[in-house]
Design a protein around this ligand. Structure first.
Ligand SMILES: [Cu+2]
Length: 136
């Protein structure tokens, strides 16, 4: 059996937090307050991120590149999502989730949604515990 995180992975902010089922399938679709992903033939072009689904992080910033030792890191600034709450901001991501998909060419070639392999809820951090941005 092969372990590790070799390969590439797409990932997105999805609409909802993971519900009590614990399933990544419970997170709905991509965060897309402008509905751009509903247009037939939609493809996110990183050159024009304004026209991408707000939650299409890999579309705007590139796929995650896995490693055999199991770590993934990436760093960028995204101007189209906000760490402010979701109550009054359509593009707020606190209270939603991030879903990582396997990204095999088979799925892309056949228009099959990429399987959801991992997910995590986005919650407000606590500065004193992890030096995360908070009180935003
Ligand atoms: Cu996704």
């Amino acid at each position: 059996m092969t372990c590790g995180l070799n390969g590439t992975f797409s990932y997105h902010v999805h609409e909802f937090a993971i519900n009590s089922t614990g399933s990544c399938e419970s997170t709905g679709g991509h965060l897309d307050p402008l509905g751009v992903g509903k247009v037939p033939g939609y493809v996110c072009n990183p050159i024009t991120p304004k026209k991408c689904e707000a939650g299409d992080l890999s579309g705007k910033h590139g796929l995650l590149q896995g490693t055999s030792y199991g770590y993934l890191t990436t760093k960028y600034t995204d101007e189209f999502i906000s760490l402010r709450g979701t109550n009054n901001l359509d593009n707020g991501i606190i209270g939603r989730s991030i879903v990582i998909h396997s990204h095999h060419s088979h799925h892309i070639a056949h228009g099959v949604p990429a399987p959801r392999i991992a997910c995590v809820n986005i919650i407000k951090g606590k500065c004193w515990e992890r030096n995360l941005l908070c009180n935003v």
